[in-house]
Ligand binder design. Structure first.
Ligand code: HEM
Length: 444
């Protein structure tokens, strides 16, 4: 049956796994050159991965019935952090139920209400960044996006509790960035010592702080705009509220899904802008003029096209045989819509390696040709959140600083856990410049 899968690289699994982890972009590109728009990769400890990059096939995957393809099953490695109620790990009815509870918190209108808070955090953080010497923006952006999640999603107010939670979450995320340590065979206590025992201790401390927060917020009737407040108000179909465990698991899910992704994508946006002076100049003009955000929006769409931080959508495990693009896929293989390959198809995007926001000025991105947020019923829940945050951060940084790159070469990709970020952290020299406009508009 496996012979029926699209052809792909024939190296041993171990070699393919190393190539996929250490140089994903060139591995994807060389496979496409050799095998075309769809090919099968074989990695250690995983079912066959069929990479897809034809928009029609991607549409079929995104719109397949929920009992045919299971993205949730493929994300099990995240369970120790996000917990078993996480929307990311579920499939079919259970997934739909959890997603419905969360959707209202992420509507565009809710995002606008959060934009004031995001602006405050972005302006304050960016004002404290080092100037006049090369700095890696990526870690600074990680700090910023973590702060945004803690305040806008967890609803924490600055103070001792926020600091205590931030400190533990930072350590948990650092462990997660070294995924080897989290593999099932490493999950041994070793008599209270070792990385797993350390992780479990941190998780228990964090959970205790989060359950305390949830208790307090349940009892408090003050109206708040944060995501936790929305989740506390959400009701299951039978009218019951989300349990403490569900709330905790979804908060951790939003942290894991929304923090590193947004920080890395922002790092790429700066890295690309620094190497496209005409784009940078046009964008700075728009920011200074205060006249709308059409070019800023197009720039962000282009950054997500050119450098999708998740090179592919969640792998969809085939649960029932399915035919897509003329291939019959048996149960047990994974179908993987690949954003990087779609976004660099010259038939869809002429001169695909050029950074050119103008592509998206007259026409917005296509549902199946621009897929940095995946698609269908699994599409990223935080897409509007991320887009609003990216606009606010880019504006806050560009309005107060002149940016230059200390070296001209493009930064290559580096993998951190599941995201791809610029290898040198988007190294930049910031120089303060007088603001042309006093107020950076909060509305994004
Ligand atoms: C630039 C930033 C981001 C990128 C590129 C991104 C990308 C993605 C992708 C590719 C998926 C998988 C979709 C699929 O397989 O069809 C996903 C899922 C998800 N993302 Fe994001 N994401 C970003 C930011 C965020 C933020 C800020 C949040 C929340 C605050 C978030 C929450 C989620 C959740 C909850 C899911 C799982 C949805 C489900 O399984 O139903 N993401 N994201």
């Amino acid at each position: 049956m496996l012979n029926a899968l699209p052809p792909g690289p024939r190296q041993p699994r171990a070699l393919q796994t190393v190539a996929w982890w250490t140089r994903p972009v060139s591995f994807l590109e060389s496979n496409r050159r050799r095998y075309g728009k769809r090919f099968t990769m074989r990695l250690l400890q995983t079912p066959a991965f069929v990479m897809l990059s034809d928009p029609d096939e991607i549409r079929e995957v995104f719109t397949a019935p929920p009992d045919v393809l299971h993205p949730g099953e493929g994300a099990r490695i995240l369970e120790p952090v996000v917990g078993r109620n996480s929307v990311i790990l579920l499939d079919e009815g259970a997934h739909l139920e959890q997603r419905k509870l969360m959707l209202p918190a992420f509507h565009g209108e809710r995002m606008q209400r959060l934009s004031g808070l995001m602006t405050e955090v972005a302006e304050r953080e960016a004002a404290g960044w080092p100037r006049e010497r090369p700095v890696e923006l990526h870690p600074l952006l990680q700090g910023l996006t973590l702060e945004v999640i803690l305040r806008a999603v967890f609803g924490l107010d600055p103070g001792a509790r926020m600091d205590a939670i931030r400190e533990r979450l930072t350590k948990i995320l650092a462990l997660g960035a070294r995924p080897l340590g989290m593999l099932p065979f490493m999950q041994k206590d070793l008599g209270g010592r070792g990385p797993w025992a350390y992780f479990v201790r941190l998780r228990e401390e964090t959970d205790r702080l989060l359950f305390e927060l949830i208790d307090e917020r349940r009892a408090d009737s003050a109206e708040r705009d944060d995501v936790l407040a929305m989740l506390l108000a959400a009701r299951h179909e039978d009218g019951s509220p989300m349990t403490d465990r569900e709330l905790r698991d979804e908060l951790m899910t939003l942290l894991v899904a929304g923090h590193e992704t947004t920080a890395s994508e922002l790092a790429w946006a700066f890295e690309r802008l620094l190497r496209a002076p005409a784009v940078m100049a046009r964008l700075v003009d728009e920011v200074d003029s205060g006249d709308g955000d059409a070019y800023l929006t197009a720039t962000i769409h282009e950054a997500l096209r050119r450098r999708p931080v998740l090179p592919n959508a969640a792998p969809r495990l085939v649960k029932q045989p399915v035919t897509i693009g003329g291939f019959d896929y048996p149960e047990g293989v994974c179908l993987v819509p690949n954003a990087y390959l779609v976004h660099h198809d010259p038939a869809l995007y002429p001169d695909p390696y050029a950074f050119r926001p103008e592509r998206f000025l007259d026409e917005g991105p296509g549902t199946y040709t621009w897929i940095p947020f995946g698609g269908g019923r699994r599409r990223c829940l935080g897409a509007s959140f991320a887009l609003v945050e990216m606009k606010i951060v880019l504006r806050a940084v560009l309005a107060g600083n002149e940016l230059s790159a200390p070296y001209a070469e493009h930064e290559r990709s580096r993998r951190r856990a599941i995201t791809l970020s610029p290898r040198r952290g988007a190294t930049t020299v910031l120089r303060a410049r007088p603001r042309v406009r006093e107020e950076v508009p909060a509305a994004a």
